[in-house]
Design a protein around this ligand. Structure first.
Ligand code: ADP
Ligand code: MG
Length: 176
């Protein structure tokens, strides 16, 4: 575990497709890790700046892009305890590979989902497919409209439970 507690670690949430749950995973996993006591900085590299919007930050004075393109400091806005945001609205690509594959928006009642999950777990075994599956859950969408994190919005919702579980699995696997 010691690594996570002494060294900063970067988690990049990547998928080229839109609407697959990247922003939701970033904000919810970030909030779950913050509530476990980790100091979390969410860096918004989305050209549509959804992450900033759902955190209630609109038209920030300074953005991540300014820090990358000039010698301006990285803009950091405190969101809540242990949780900060570096806002952005410029299209940027991040080529870093993530630590594993996260299955989101899962509805196990659908045969097709079960089949896809089985295929992913078998065929992509070269990658770490995280055990935690994030269920399809309306509270995740509602919380973003309410500009609250899922834990503030509904701590007992399936979405809150799943992202807490994901944070716990992450800490267990990548703690070193
Ligand atoms: N597990 C989930 N259950 C229900 N809705 C979800 C879930 N995850 C994300 N959503 C919703 O799906 C939409 C797309 O998710 P988002 O995180 O914005 O995707 P991306 O960042 O990959 O484009 C959003 O409206 C979000 O609220
Ligand atoms: Mg997004």
């Amino acid at each position: 575990m010691e690594g996570l507690y002494t060294k900063a670690r970067v988690i990049a949430v990547i998928n080229h497709k839109g609407g697959v749950g990247k922003t939701t995973t970033t904000s919810s996993l970030g909030a779950a890790l913050a509530s476990r006591g980790f100091r979390v900085l969410l860096v918004d590299l989305d050209p549509q700046s959804n992450l900033s919007q759902i955190l209630g930050v609109e038209q920030p004075e300074s953005q991540v892009a300014h820090a990358l393109l000039t010698d301006a400091p990285l803009p950091v806005i405190n969101v809540s305890e242990n949780l900060s945001l570096a806002p952005s609205d410029l299209e940027l690509a991040d080529a870093e590979m993530i630590d594993g594959i996260i299955l989101t928006r899962v509805d196990r009642r659908l045969v097709i989902h079960k089949e896809i999950i089985q295929t992913v777990r078998q065929d992509l075994s070269d990658f770490r497919v995280l055990n935690t599956e994030i269920r399809l859950n309306a509270a995740l969408k509602e919380s973003q409209y309410a500009q609250k994190d899922i834990f503030q919005y509904s701590n007992s919702s399936p979405g809150a439970q799943d992202y807490k579980q994901l944070a716990s699995e992450y800490v267990t696997h990548f703690g070193n």
